[in-house]
Ligand binder design. Structure first.
Ligand SMILES: [Cu+2]
Length: 641
Protein backbone atom coordinates (compact mmCIF):
# COMPACT_ATOMS: atom_id res chain seq x y z
CA UNK A 1 0.00 0.00 0.00
CA UNK A 2 2.79 2.41 0.83
CA UNK A 3 6.51 2.29 0.47
CA UNK A 4 6.83 2.98 4.15
CA UNK A 5 10.06 1.57 5.42
CA UNK A 6 9.03 -0.35 8.50
CA UNK A 7 11.67 -2.30 10.36
CA UNK A 8 11.79 -3.99 13.76
CA UNK A 9 12.55 -1.58 16.56
CA UNK A 10 16.02 -1.75 17.93
CA UNK A 11 15.61 -0.97 21.59
CA UNK A 12 18.13 1.68 22.58
CA UNK A 13 18.20 2.10 26.36
CA UNK A 14 18.04 5.86 26.74
CA UNK A 15 17.05 7.94 29.74
CA UNK A 16 13.58 8.57 31.04
CA UNK A 17 11.42 10.11 28.32
CA UNK A 18 9.83 13.54 28.64
CA UNK A 19 6.13 13.19 29.66
CA UNK A 20 5.05 14.26 26.16
CA UNK A 21 7.49 12.07 24.24
CA UNK A 22 5.85 9.26 22.25
CA UNK A 23 5.88 5.77 23.69
CA UNK A 24 9.16 3.95 23.12
CA UNK A 25 9.67 0.40 21.91
CA UNK A 26 10.57 -0.70 25.45
CA UNK A 27 7.43 0.93 26.81
CA UNK A 28 5.20 -0.78 24.25
CA UNK A 29 6.74 -4.10 25.25
CA UNK A 30 6.37 -3.38 28.97
CA UNK A 31 2.74 -2.40 28.45
CA UNK A 32 2.12 -5.58 26.52
CA UNK A 33 3.47 -7.62 29.42
CA UNK A 34 1.10 -5.89 31.82
CA UNK A 35 -1.83 -6.60 29.48
CA UNK A 36 -0.76 -10.23 29.08
CA UNK A 37 -0.37 -10.58 32.85
CA UNK A 38 -3.94 -9.36 33.26
CA UNK A 39 -5.15 -12.04 30.84
CA UNK A 40 -6.13 -9.50 28.18
CA UNK A 41 -3.96 -10.85 25.37
CA UNK A 42 -5.23 -14.26 24.24
CA UNK A 43 -4.00 -15.43 20.81
CA UNK A 44 -7.10 -13.92 19.28
CA UNK A 45 -6.42 -10.38 20.59
CA UNK A 46 -5.24 -7.63 18.28
CA UNK A 47 -4.22 -4.03 18.92
CA UNK A 48 -6.41 -1.67 16.90
CA UNK A 49 -4.52 1.24 18.47
CA UNK A 50 -1.60 1.44 20.87
CA UNK A 51 0.00 4.66 22.02
CA UNK A 52 0.87 7.05 24.82
CA UNK A 53 -2.04 8.00 27.07
CA UNK A 54 -0.95 11.59 27.18
CA UNK A 55 -0.95 12.99 30.71
CA UNK A 56 -3.28 15.90 31.48
CA UNK A 57 -1.78 19.37 31.30
CA UNK A 58 -1.74 19.99 35.06
CA UNK A 59 0.25 16.80 35.62
CA UNK A 60 2.77 17.70 32.90
CA UNK A 61 3.27 21.17 34.32
CA UNK A 62 3.59 19.77 37.87
CA UNK A 63 6.43 17.47 36.81
CA UNK A 64 7.08 13.86 35.79
CA UNK A 65 3.69 12.16 35.71
CA UNK A 66 3.16 8.41 35.40
CA UNK A 67 3.77 6.97 31.93
CA UNK A 68 0.59 5.32 30.71
CA UNK A 69 -0.30 3.60 27.47
CA UNK A 70 -3.71 3.29 25.86
CA UNK A 71 -4.62 0.19 23.88
CA UNK A 72 -7.70 -0.55 21.82
CA UNK A 73 -7.96 -4.35 21.93
CA UNK A 74 -10.20 -6.44 19.71
CA UNK A 75 -10.82 -10.16 19.81
CA UNK A 76 -10.90 -11.10 16.14
CA UNK A 77 -13.04 -14.19 16.73
CA UNK A 78 -15.78 -12.52 18.78
CA UNK A 79 -15.43 -8.88 17.87
CA UNK A 80 -15.32 -7.94 21.55
CA UNK A 81 -13.63 -4.56 21.75
CA UNK A 82 -12.13 -2.78 24.74
CA UNK A 83 -10.38 0.49 25.56
CA UNK A 84 -7.63 -0.26 28.08
CA UNK A 85 -5.16 1.99 29.90
CA UNK A 86 -2.06 0.57 31.60
CA UNK A 87 0.28 2.31 34.00
CA UNK A 88 3.95 1.55 33.41
CA UNK A 89 4.95 3.19 36.69
CA UNK A 90 2.44 1.20 38.74
CA UNK A 91 2.73 -1.91 36.58
CA UNK A 92 -1.02 -2.46 36.34
CA UNK A 93 -4.13 -2.09 34.23
CA UNK A 94 -5.65 1.24 35.25
CA UNK A 95 -8.93 0.99 33.38
CA UNK A 96 -10.73 -1.23 30.91
CA UNK A 97 -13.97 -0.40 29.20
CA UNK A 98 -15.72 -2.88 26.91
CA UNK A 99 -17.41 -1.17 24.00
CA UNK A 100 -21.05 -1.56 23.05
CA UNK A 101 -20.66 -1.27 19.27
CA UNK A 102 -24.22 -0.19 18.35
CA UNK A 103 -23.86 2.88 20.56
CA UNK A 104 -20.07 3.26 20.94
CA UNK A 105 -18.96 2.38 17.41
CA UNK A 106 -16.21 -0.03 16.38
CA UNK A 107 -12.47 0.09 16.87
CA UNK A 108 -10.36 1.24 13.91
CA UNK A 109 -9.56 -1.00 10.97
CA UNK A 110 -6.58 -3.28 11.71
CA UNK A 111 -3.91 -4.46 9.28
CA UNK A 112 -5.37 -7.95 9.32
CA UNK A 113 -8.72 -6.60 8.06
CA UNK A 114 -7.00 -5.31 4.92
CA UNK A 115 -5.24 -8.63 4.52
CA UNK A 116 -8.32 -10.88 4.70
CA UNK A 117 -10.93 -8.91 2.78
CA UNK A 118 -9.68 -9.63 -0.73
CA UNK A 119 -9.59 -13.39 -0.17
CA UNK A 120 -13.04 -13.32 1.45
CA UNK A 121 -14.58 -11.44 -1.46
CA UNK A 122 -12.88 -13.49 -4.18
CA UNK A 123 -14.17 -16.69 -2.56
CA UNK A 124 -17.79 -15.56 -2.43
CA UNK A 125 -19.98 -17.30 -5.04
CA UNK A 126 -22.48 -14.45 -5.41
CA UNK A 127 -19.72 -11.88 -5.94
CA UNK A 128 -17.96 -14.17 -8.44
CA UNK A 129 -21.25 -14.59 -10.31
CA UNK A 130 -21.78 -10.82 -10.40
CA UNK A 131 -18.26 -10.37 -11.78
CA UNK A 132 -18.83 -13.13 -14.35
CA UNK A 133 -21.93 -11.28 -15.57
CA UNK A 134 -19.58 -8.35 -16.21
CA UNK A 135 -17.31 -10.63 -18.22
CA UNK A 136 -14.72 -10.79 -15.42
CA UNK A 137 -14.11 -14.48 -14.86
CA UNK A 138 -10.55 -14.43 -13.51
CA UNK A 139 -11.00 -13.13 -9.97
CA UNK A 140 -7.24 -12.99 -9.42
CA UNK A 141 -7.38 -9.96 -11.73
CA UNK A 142 -9.90 -8.15 -9.56
CA UNK A 143 -8.62 -6.16 -6.59
CA UNK A 144 -10.86 -5.54 -3.62
CA UNK A 145 -10.80 -2.16 -1.91
CA UNK A 146 -12.25 -2.25 1.62
CA UNK A 147 -13.88 0.95 2.78
CA UNK A 148 -15.19 1.81 6.23
CA UNK A 149 -18.91 1.25 6.35
CA UNK A 150 -20.33 4.31 8.05
CA UNK A 151 -23.47 3.81 10.10
CA UNK A 152 -26.84 3.35 8.44
CA UNK A 153 -28.58 1.13 11.00
CA UNK A 154 -30.80 -1.72 9.94
CA UNK A 155 -31.02 -5.19 11.47
CA UNK A 156 -28.31 -6.71 9.26
CA UNK A 157 -25.73 -4.01 10.05
CA UNK A 158 -26.35 -2.80 13.58
CA UNK A 159 -23.44 -3.80 15.81
CA UNK A 160 -21.74 -5.79 13.05
CA UNK A 161 -18.04 -5.04 12.48
CA UNK A 162 -17.92 -4.63 8.72
CA UNK A 163 -16.51 -2.94 5.63
CA UNK A 164 -17.99 -2.28 2.20
CA UNK A 165 -15.83 -3.40 -0.68
CA UNK A 166 -15.49 -1.87 -4.13
CA UNK A 167 -13.68 -3.58 -6.98
CA UNK A 168 -11.04 -2.62 -9.54
CA UNK A 169 -9.59 -4.59 -12.43
CA UNK A 170 -5.85 -5.24 -12.50
CA UNK A 171 -4.85 -6.94 -15.71
CA UNK A 172 -1.16 -7.30 -14.98
CA UNK A 173 1.35 -6.60 -12.26
CA UNK A 174 1.81 -2.86 -11.69
CA UNK A 175 -1.40 -2.11 -13.59
CA UNK A 176 -2.81 1.07 -11.99
CA UNK A 177 -6.13 -0.12 -10.61
CA UNK A 178 -7.70 3.32 -10.22
CA UNK A 179 -7.94 3.44 -14.03
CA UNK A 180 -10.24 0.41 -14.08
CA UNK A 181 -13.11 0.62 -11.58
CA UNK A 182 -15.66 -2.18 -11.72
CA UNK A 183 -18.69 -0.06 -10.94
CA UNK A 184 -22.20 -0.66 -9.68
CA UNK A 185 -21.38 -3.41 -7.22
CA UNK A 186 -20.34 -3.50 -3.58
CA UNK A 187 -19.72 -6.47 -1.30
CA UNK A 188 -20.50 -6.01 2.38
CA UNK A 189 -18.05 -8.04 4.48
CA UNK A 190 -18.45 -9.08 8.10
CA UNK A 191 -14.91 -8.77 9.51
CA UNK A 192 -15.51 -11.10 12.45
CA UNK A 193 -17.31 -13.86 10.56
CA UNK A 194 -15.01 -13.20 7.61
CA UNK A 195 -17.69 -13.60 5.00
CA UNK A 196 -19.68 -11.55 2.52
CA UNK A 197 -23.13 -11.07 4.05
CA UNK A 198 -24.63 -8.92 1.33
CA UNK A 199 -24.02 -7.96 -2.29
CA UNK A 200 -25.42 -4.71 -3.65
CA UNK A 201 -25.46 -4.96 -7.44
CA UNK A 202 -27.12 -1.80 -8.71
CA UNK A 203 -25.95 -1.45 -12.31
CA UNK A 204 -23.37 -2.64 -14.79
CA UNK A 205 -21.00 -0.27 -16.55
CA UNK A 206 -18.10 -0.86 -18.90
CA UNK A 207 -14.76 -0.99 -17.09
CA UNK A 208 -12.73 1.98 -18.38
CA UNK A 209 -9.77 0.70 -20.38
CA UNK A 210 -7.24 3.49 -20.82
CA UNK A 211 -4.20 2.71 -18.65
CA UNK A 212 -3.14 5.20 -15.99
CA UNK A 213 0.36 3.86 -15.31
CA UNK A 214 2.05 7.23 -14.92
CA UNK A 215 5.44 5.60 -14.27
CA UNK A 216 5.31 3.67 -17.55
CA UNK A 217 7.07 5.61 -20.34
CA UNK A 218 4.60 4.17 -22.85
CA UNK A 219 1.74 5.85 -20.98
CA UNK A 220 3.56 8.92 -19.70
CA UNK A 221 5.57 9.82 -22.79
CA UNK A 222 9.17 11.08 -22.84
CA UNK A 223 10.51 13.11 -19.90
CA UNK A 224 10.77 16.86 -20.49
CA UNK A 225 14.16 18.53 -20.80
CA UNK A 226 15.68 21.82 -19.69
CA UNK A 227 15.34 21.55 -15.91
CA UNK A 228 18.81 22.41 -14.64
CA UNK A 229 19.74 21.57 -11.03
CA UNK A 230 18.60 23.65 -8.09
CA UNK A 231 20.70 22.81 -5.07
CA UNK A 232 20.13 24.02 -1.53
CA UNK A 233 23.35 24.36 0.40
CA UNK A 234 23.76 25.45 4.02
CA UNK A 235 27.55 25.48 4.40
CA UNK A 236 27.41 26.22 8.12
CA UNK A 237 24.57 23.77 8.77
CA UNK A 238 21.00 24.53 9.77
CA UNK A 239 20.04 27.21 12.32
CA UNK A 240 17.88 24.94 14.47
CA UNK A 241 18.89 22.66 17.31
CA UNK A 242 17.24 19.41 18.28
CA UNK A 243 17.80 18.19 21.82
CA UNK A 244 15.99 14.86 22.03
CA UNK A 245 12.56 15.94 20.80
CA UNK A 246 12.95 19.58 21.86
CA UNK A 247 13.28 21.76 18.76
CA UNK A 248 14.61 25.32 18.95
CA UNK A 249 14.98 27.87 16.19
CA UNK A 250 15.17 31.65 16.22
CA UNK A 251 13.36 32.01 19.52
CA UNK A 252 10.80 29.33 18.69
CA UNK A 253 10.71 26.33 20.98
CA UNK A 254 8.52 23.23 20.77
CA UNK A 255 8.48 19.51 21.46
CA UNK A 256 7.84 17.04 18.65
CA UNK A 257 5.28 14.31 19.36
CA UNK A 258 4.06 11.48 17.18
CA UNK A 259 1.22 9.01 17.45
CA UNK A 260 -0.16 6.15 15.37
CA UNK A 261 -3.55 7.84 15.23
CA UNK A 262 -2.97 11.51 14.49
CA UNK A 263 0.66 11.40 13.34
CA UNK A 264 2.69 14.50 14.16
CA UNK A 265 1.80 16.67 17.15
CA UNK A 266 3.59 19.78 18.40
CA UNK A 267 3.72 20.60 22.09
CA UNK A 268 4.46 23.61 24.27
CA UNK A 269 5.10 25.98 21.38
CA UNK A 270 6.60 29.21 22.67
CA UNK A 271 8.40 32.21 21.24
CA UNK A 272 11.19 34.10 22.97
CA UNK A 273 10.78 37.83 23.31
CA UNK A 274 13.25 40.06 25.16
CA UNK A 275 14.88 37.05 26.76
CA UNK A 276 11.70 35.38 28.00
CA UNK A 277 9.77 32.45 26.51
CA UNK A 278 6.16 33.47 25.84
CA UNK A 279 3.78 30.50 25.51
CA UNK A 280 1.53 30.32 22.42
CA UNK A 281 0.10 26.85 21.89
CA UNK A 282 0.24 24.02 24.40
CA UNK A 283 -0.59 21.39 21.79
CA UNK A 284 -1.22 21.52 18.04
CA UNK A 285 -2.27 18.65 15.80
CA UNK A 286 -4.77 17.60 13.14
CA UNK A 287 -6.62 14.85 15.03
CA UNK A 288 -9.34 14.12 12.47
CA UNK A 289 -10.23 14.41 8.82
CA UNK A 290 -13.04 13.19 6.67
CA UNK A 291 -13.32 12.61 2.93
CA UNK A 292 -17.03 12.31 2.10
CA UNK A 293 -18.06 11.55 -1.50
CA UNK A 294 -21.05 13.14 -3.22
CA UNK A 295 -22.34 10.41 -5.55
CA UNK A 296 -25.81 9.40 -4.28
CA UNK A 297 -25.94 6.05 -6.05
CA UNK A 298 -24.98 2.68 -4.50
CA UNK A 299 -21.75 4.20 -3.11
CA UNK A 300 -23.62 6.78 -0.98
CA UNK A 301 -21.78 5.49 2.12
CA UNK A 302 -18.31 6.35 0.82
CA UNK A 303 -16.67 8.64 3.41
CA UNK A 304 -13.40 8.02 5.16
CA UNK A 305 -12.37 9.35 8.54
CA UNK A 306 -8.71 8.73 7.72
CA UNK A 307 -7.54 9.44 11.25
CA UNK A 308 -10.21 7.94 13.49
CA UNK A 309 -11.05 4.94 11.29
CA UNK A 310 -7.72 4.09 9.63
CA UNK A 311 -5.14 5.67 12.01
CA UNK A 312 -3.42 8.01 9.60
CA UNK A 313 -0.19 8.07 11.64
CA UNK A 314 0.27 4.33 11.09
CA UNK A 315 0.58 4.86 7.34
CA UNK A 316 3.37 7.42 7.65
CA UNK A 317 5.96 7.38 4.86
CA UNK A 318 9.70 7.09 5.34
CA UNK A 319 11.08 10.28 3.83
CA UNK A 320 14.16 10.61 1.66
CA UNK A 321 16.62 13.49 1.47
CA UNK A 322 16.55 15.12 -1.94
CA UNK A 323 13.06 13.73 -2.68
CA UNK A 324 10.74 14.90 0.06
CA UNK A 325 12.87 17.59 1.70
CA UNK A 326 15.83 19.58 0.36
CA UNK A 327 18.69 21.11 2.30
CA UNK A 328 20.05 20.27 5.74
CA UNK A 329 17.48 17.87 7.14
CA UNK A 330 16.99 16.41 10.60
CA UNK A 331 14.74 13.37 10.65
CA UNK A 332 12.95 11.79 13.57
CA UNK A 333 11.93 8.14 13.43
CA UNK A 334 8.51 7.11 14.68
CA UNK A 335 7.81 4.00 16.70
CA UNK A 336 4.39 2.45 16.20
CA UNK A 337 3.17 -1.10 16.66
CA UNK A 338 1.60 -3.82 14.58
CA UNK A 339 -1.67 -5.67 15.26
CA UNK A 340 0.11 -7.63 18.00
CA UNK A 341 1.50 -4.60 19.83
CA UNK A 342 5.03 -5.34 18.59
CA UNK A 343 7.06 -2.16 18.03
CA UNK A 344 8.00 -1.11 14.49
CA UNK A 345 10.14 1.88 13.61
CA UNK A 346 9.20 4.08 10.67
CA UNK A 347 12.55 5.50 9.65
CA UNK A 348 12.69 9.22 8.81
CA UNK A 349 9.03 9.77 9.70
CA UNK A 350 9.26 13.46 10.59
CA UNK A 351 11.29 15.93 8.55
CA UNK A 352 12.69 19.11 10.11
CA UNK A 353 14.39 21.68 7.92
CA UNK A 354 14.68 25.37 7.04
CA UNK A 355 13.54 27.05 3.85
CA UNK A 356 14.28 30.41 2.32
CA UNK A 357 10.89 32.07 1.82
CA UNK A 358 11.52 35.13 -0.32
CA UNK A 359 11.16 38.64 1.02
CA UNK A 360 10.52 39.22 4.72
CA UNK A 361 10.34 43.01 4.48
CA UNK A 362 11.61 45.60 2.03
CA UNK A 363 11.38 49.33 1.55
CA UNK A 364 12.94 51.99 -0.62
CA UNK A 365 12.04 55.30 0.97
CA UNK A 366 11.40 58.20 -1.35
CA UNK A 367 12.25 60.83 1.27
CA UNK A 368 15.18 59.56 3.32
CA UNK A 369 16.81 57.37 0.68
CA UNK A 370 16.93 54.23 2.85
CA UNK A 371 16.77 51.06 0.77
CA UNK A 372 16.66 47.85 2.79
CA UNK A 373 15.72 44.24 2.09
CA UNK A 374 15.48 41.28 4.44
CA UNK A 375 14.98 37.64 3.55
CA UNK A 376 12.23 35.59 5.17
CA UNK A 377 12.85 32.02 6.10
CA UNK A 378 10.85 29.38 7.85
CA UNK A 379 11.31 26.32 10.00
CA UNK A 380 9.39 23.38 8.54
CA UNK A 381 8.20 20.34 10.52
CA UNK A 382 6.38 17.83 8.34
CA UNK A 383 5.32 14.26 7.69
CA UNK A 384 3.52 12.35 4.95
CA UNK A 385 0.91 9.66 5.21
CA UNK A 386 -0.60 7.50 2.49
CA UNK A 387 -4.10 6.35 3.32
CA UNK A 388 -5.47 4.26 0.48
CA UNK A 389 -5.54 6.23 -2.75
CA UNK A 390 -4.49 9.64 -1.36
CA UNK A 391 -1.20 10.95 -0.01
CA UNK A 392 -1.28 13.75 2.55
CA UNK A 393 1.64 15.93 3.63
CA UNK A 394 1.15 17.82 6.89
CA UNK A 395 3.41 20.87 7.20
CA UNK A 396 3.86 23.23 10.13
CA UNK A 397 5.75 26.42 9.29
CA UNK A 398 7.29 28.88 11.75
CA UNK A 399 8.47 32.26 10.47
CA UNK A 400 10.86 34.99 11.63
CA UNK A 401 7.97 37.44 12.21
CA UNK A 402 6.03 35.21 14.60
CA UNK A 403 3.69 33.76 11.95
CA UNK A 404 2.67 30.10 12.21
CA UNK A 405 1.15 28.33 9.22
CA UNK A 406 -0.29 24.92 8.74
CA UNK A 407 -0.47 23.53 5.24
CA UNK A 408 -1.72 20.19 4.00
CA UNK A 409 -0.51 18.99 0.62
CA UNK A 410 -2.88 16.55 -1.07
CA UNK A 411 -1.73 14.35 -3.92
CA UNK A 412 -1.94 10.77 -5.14
CA UNK A 413 -4.73 8.97 -6.96
CA UNK A 414 -8.36 9.95 -7.33
CA UNK A 415 -10.80 7.38 -6.05
CA UNK A 416 -12.51 6.67 -9.34
CA UNK A 417 -15.81 5.37 -10.69
CA UNK A 418 -17.10 4.78 -14.17
CA UNK A 419 -18.46 7.91 -15.84
CA UNK A 420 -22.22 7.58 -16.37
CA UNK A 421 -22.28 9.81 -19.46
CA UNK A 422 -24.24 12.98 -20.18
CA UNK A 423 -23.66 15.75 -17.68
CA UNK A 424 -23.80 13.66 -14.54
CA UNK A 425 -23.54 16.33 -11.83
CA UNK A 426 -21.78 14.34 -9.12
CA UNK A 427 -18.78 13.08 -11.10
CA UNK A 428 -16.25 14.61 -13.48
CA UNK A 429 -14.96 12.69 -16.49
CA UNK A 430 -11.18 12.50 -16.07
CA UNK A 431 -10.31 9.93 -18.77
CA UNK A 432 -12.52 8.24 -21.37
CA UNK A 433 -15.36 6.59 -19.43
CA UNK A 434 -13.56 7.21 -16.13
CA UNK A 435 -15.20 9.26 -13.41
CA UNK A 436 -13.73 11.27 -10.55
CA UNK A 437 -16.62 11.64 -8.08
CA UNK A 438 -16.89 14.94 -6.22
CA UNK A 439 -15.77 14.78 -2.62
CA UNK A 440 -14.58 16.97 0.23
CA UNK A 441 -11.38 16.83 2.25
CA UNK A 442 -12.28 18.29 5.63
CA UNK A 443 -9.57 18.43 8.26
CA UNK A 444 -9.94 19.39 11.89
CA UNK A 445 -7.02 21.10 13.61
CA UNK A 446 -6.98 21.10 17.39
CA UNK A 447 -5.12 24.09 18.80
CA UNK A 448 -4.83 24.14 22.58
CA UNK A 449 -4.04 27.82 22.87
CA UNK A 450 -1.93 29.41 25.60
CA UNK A 451 -1.40 32.94 24.33
CA UNK A 452 0.73 34.43 27.12
CA UNK A 453 -0.70 31.84 29.50
CA UNK A 454 -3.77 29.65 29.86
CA UNK A 455 -6.33 32.44 30.38
CA UNK A 456 -7.50 33.22 26.86
CA UNK A 457 -10.62 34.45 25.07
CA UNK A 458 -11.74 34.51 21.43
CA UNK A 459 -13.02 37.44 19.41
CA UNK A 460 -14.60 37.23 15.99
CA UNK A 461 -13.41 40.10 13.84
CA UNK A 462 -15.33 41.14 10.70
CA UNK A 463 -14.59 44.10 8.47
CA UNK A 464 -17.11 46.08 6.47
CA UNK A 465 -17.95 49.40 4.91
CA UNK A 466 -20.35 51.71 6.73
CA UNK A 467 -23.42 53.39 5.21
CA UNK A 468 -23.38 57.09 4.38
CA UNK A 469 -24.64 59.07 7.34
CA UNK A 470 -23.48 61.27 10.16
CA UNK A 471 -19.78 60.56 10.71
CA UNK A 472 -19.48 59.04 7.23
CA UNK A 473 -20.74 61.73 4.83
CA UNK A 474 -18.79 60.44 1.80
CA UNK A 475 -19.37 56.72 2.39
CA UNK A 476 -15.72 55.70 2.52
CA UNK A 477 -15.72 54.52 6.14
CA UNK A 478 -14.45 51.03 6.94
CA UNK A 479 -14.58 49.54 10.40
CA UNK A 480 -14.02 46.31 12.26
CA UNK A 481 -16.80 44.63 14.15
CA UNK A 482 -15.42 42.71 17.11
CA UNK A 483 -17.66 40.14 18.79
CA UNK A 484 -16.51 38.35 21.91
CA UNK A 485 -17.40 34.65 21.81
CA UNK A 486 -18.39 33.96 25.39
CA UNK A 487 -19.75 30.42 25.43
CA UNK A 488 -19.18 27.15 23.60
CA UNK A 489 -22.54 27.33 21.81
CA UNK A 490 -21.87 30.89 20.65
CA UNK A 491 -18.42 29.89 19.39
CA UNK A 492 -19.63 27.49 16.69
CA UNK A 493 -18.81 29.73 13.75
CA UNK A 494 -18.48 29.71 9.98
CA UNK A 495 -16.12 31.65 7.75
CA UNK A 496 -17.39 34.72 5.95
CA UNK A 497 -15.04 35.64 3.12
CA UNK A 498 -17.07 38.74 2.19
CA UNK A 499 -16.43 40.13 5.67
CA UNK A 500 -12.81 38.96 5.84
CA UNK A 501 -13.74 37.10 9.01
CA UNK A 502 -10.92 36.12 11.37
CA UNK A 503 -10.79 34.88 14.93
CA UNK A 504 -8.46 36.49 17.44
CA UNK A 505 -7.28 34.63 20.52
CA UNK A 506 -6.40 37.14 23.22
CA UNK A 507 -4.83 36.89 26.63
CA UNK A 508 -7.11 37.99 29.42
CA UNK A 509 -4.11 38.63 31.63
CA UNK A 510 -1.46 40.40 29.57
CA UNK A 511 -1.51 43.61 27.62
CA UNK A 512 0.86 45.21 25.14
CA UNK A 513 2.29 48.73 25.33
CA UNK A 514 -1.04 50.13 24.14
CA UNK A 515 -2.83 48.55 27.09
CA UNK A 516 -4.62 46.14 24.78
CA UNK A 517 -4.68 42.35 25.18
CA UNK A 518 -1.88 40.47 23.49
CA UNK A 519 -3.25 38.14 20.82
CA UNK A 520 -2.83 35.79 17.92
CA UNK A 521 -5.28 35.74 15.00
CA UNK A 522 -6.48 32.71 13.07
CA UNK A 523 -6.81 33.52 9.37
CA UNK A 524 -8.97 30.81 7.78
CA UNK A 525 -9.42 29.98 4.11
CA UNK A 526 -13.10 30.31 3.29
CA UNK A 527 -14.35 27.04 1.81
CA UNK A 528 -17.56 25.05 2.21
CA UNK A 529 -18.13 23.14 5.43
CA UNK A 530 -19.65 19.64 5.30
CA UNK A 531 -22.11 19.59 2.40
CA UNK A 532 -23.91 16.37 3.37
CA UNK A 533 -27.48 17.11 4.37
CA UNK A 534 -28.17 17.93 8.03
CA UNK A 535 -30.51 14.90 7.97
CA UNK A 536 -27.76 12.52 6.82
CA UNK A 537 -26.03 9.91 8.94
CA UNK A 538 -22.75 11.45 7.88
CA UNK A 539 -23.71 14.83 9.28
CA UNK A 540 -24.38 13.23 12.66
CA UNK A 541 -21.07 11.37 12.56
CA UNK A 542 -18.96 14.29 11.29
CA UNK A 543 -20.69 17.05 13.22
CA UNK A 544 -17.34 18.76 13.73
CA UNK A 545 -17.21 19.54 10.00
CA UNK A 546 -20.45 21.52 10.04
CA UNK A 547 -18.58 24.57 11.40
CA UNK A 548 -15.22 26.15 10.65
CA UNK A 549 -14.63 27.09 14.27
CA UNK A 550 -15.37 25.57 17.64
CA UNK A 551 -13.99 26.74 20.95
CA UNK A 552 -14.10 24.45 23.96
CA UNK A 553 -12.88 24.62 27.47
CA UNK A 554 -9.77 22.44 27.91
CA UNK A 555 -10.62 18.90 28.96
CA UNK A 556 -7.88 16.27 28.62
CA UNK A 557 -10.45 13.65 27.58
CA UNK A 558 -11.61 15.75 24.61
CA UNK A 559 -9.01 14.95 22.01
CA UNK A 560 -10.86 13.77 18.92
CA UNK A 561 -13.35 15.96 17.00
CA UNK A 562 -15.52 12.99 15.94
CA UNK A 563 -15.10 11.13 19.22
CA UNK A 564 -12.77 8.39 20.38
CA UNK A 565 -14.38 5.55 18.41
CA UNK A 566 -15.24 6.81 14.95
CA UNK A 567 -15.57 3.61 12.94
CA UNK A 568 -19.31 2.82 12.48
CA UNK A 569 -20.21 5.26 15.25
CA UNK A 570 -23.91 6.19 14.98
CA UNK A 571 -23.14 9.90 15.49
CA UNK A 572 -23.27 12.74 17.95
CA UNK A 573 -19.84 12.13 19.48
CA UNK A 574 -16.95 14.56 19.53
CA UNK A 575 -17.39 18.31 19.28
CA UNK A 576 -21.22 18.42 19.32
CA UNK A 577 -21.12 16.43 22.56
CA UNK A 578 -18.20 18.43 23.98
CA UNK A 579 -20.14 21.69 23.75
CA UNK A 580 -23.44 20.29 25.00
CA UNK A 581 -22.72 21.74 28.45
CA UNK A 582 -22.20 25.17 26.87
CA UNK A 583 -19.28 26.06 29.12
CA UNK A 584 -17.99 29.58 29.56
CA UNK A 585 -14.90 30.19 27.42
CA UNK A 586 -14.07 33.80 28.27
CA UNK A 587 -10.83 33.97 30.23
CA UNK A 588 -10.53 30.19 30.45
CA UNK A 589 -8.06 27.53 29.33
CA UNK A 590 -9.51 27.03 25.86
CA UNK A 591 -9.02 24.86 22.80
CA UNK A 592 -9.66 26.08 19.25
CA UNK A 593 -10.87 23.54 16.70
CA UNK A 594 -10.66 24.62 13.08
CA UNK A 595 -12.26 22.83 10.13
CA UNK A 596 -10.67 23.49 6.73
CA UNK A 597 -10.06 21.89 3.36
CA UNK A 598 -11.29 21.85 -0.21
CA UNK A 599 -14.39 20.59 -1.94
CA UNK A 600 -12.85 18.74 -4.84
CA UNK A 601 -14.52 18.48 -8.24
CA UNK A 602 -11.72 16.59 -10.00
CA UNK A 603 -10.17 18.07 -13.13
CA UNK A 604 -8.77 16.10 -16.05
CA UNK A 605 -5.41 17.46 -14.87
CA UNK A 606 -5.82 15.54 -11.59
CA UNK A 607 -5.46 12.29 -13.52
CA UNK A 608 -3.66 9.85 -13.41
CA UNK A 609 -1.78 11.28 -10.46
CA UNK A 610 -2.84 14.56 -8.95
CA UNK A 611 -0.52 17.58 -8.72
CA UNK A 612 -0.35 18.74 -5.10
CA UNK A 613 -3.35 20.76 -3.96
CA UNK A 614 -2.97 22.81 -0.81
CA UNK A 615 -5.12 23.96 2.06
CA UNK A 616 -4.48 25.24 5.55
CA UNK A 617 -4.62 28.22 7.85
CA UNK A 618 -2.40 30.92 9.31
CA UNK A 619 -1.87 32.25 12.81
CA UNK A 620 -0.37 35.72 13.09
CA UNK A 621 0.62 37.76 16.12
CA UNK A 622 -1.85 40.62 16.61
CA UNK A 623 -0.62 43.08 19.19
CA UNK A 624 1.37 40.23 20.67
CA UNK A 625 4.48 42.27 19.94
CA UNK A 626 4.78 46.03 20.26
CA UNK A 627 6.11 46.46 16.72
CA UNK A 628 7.49 44.42 13.82
CA UNK A 629 9.41 41.69 15.68
CA UNK A 630 11.71 41.05 12.70
CA UNK A 631 13.51 44.41 12.56
CA UNK A 632 16.51 42.62 14.06
CA UNK A 633 16.92 40.23 11.14
CA UNK A 634 20.30 41.09 9.60
CA UNK A 635 20.61 41.97 5.91
CA UNK A 636 21.75 39.21 3.56
CA UNK A 637 25.53 38.72 3.69
CA UNK A 638 27.68 40.68 1.25
CA UNK A 639 26.52 44.18 2.15
CA UNK A 640 24.92 44.77 -1.24
CA UNK A 641 21.23 44.80 -0.27
CU1 LIG B 1 -9.69 15.19 -3.61
Amino acid sequence: MTDTDVRPADAPGRGRPHPLDPATAEEYLAGREILAGAGLLPDTARFAYYGLAEPPKDQVLAGAPDRRLRAFLIDVTTGQSADVVVSLGEDRVVSRRVLDPPSDGQLPIINEDFAVVEAVVRADPAWRAAMARRGLTDVTKIRACPITAGSFGGPDEDGRRMVRVLAFRQERERDYVWAHPVDGIAAYVDLVERRVFKIVDEFEAPVPGEPGDYDDPAVRGPLREGLRPIEITQPEGPSFTLDGRLLRWQGWSMRIGFDAREGLSLHQISLEDAGRARPLIYRASVPEMIVPYGDPRFRYWQAYFDTGEYLLGKWTNSLERGCDCLGEIAYLDATITDDFGAPRVIRNAVCIHEEDFGILWKHTDIFNGSAQTRRQRRLVVSFWSTVGNYDYGFYWYFYLDGTIEHEIKMTGALFTSSYPGGDYPHTAEVAPGLGGPVHQHLFSARLDMTVDGAANAVEEVDVGGLPVGPGNPYGNAIAQTVTRLRSESQARRRCDGARGRTWRVVSTERVNRFGRPTGYTLYPESAPTLLASPESSLHARAGFAAYHLWVTRYDPAQRYPAGDFVNQHPGGAGLPAFVAGDRDIDGADIVLWHTFGPTHFPRPEDWPVMPVARCGFTLKPTGFFDRNPALDVPPPPGGHC
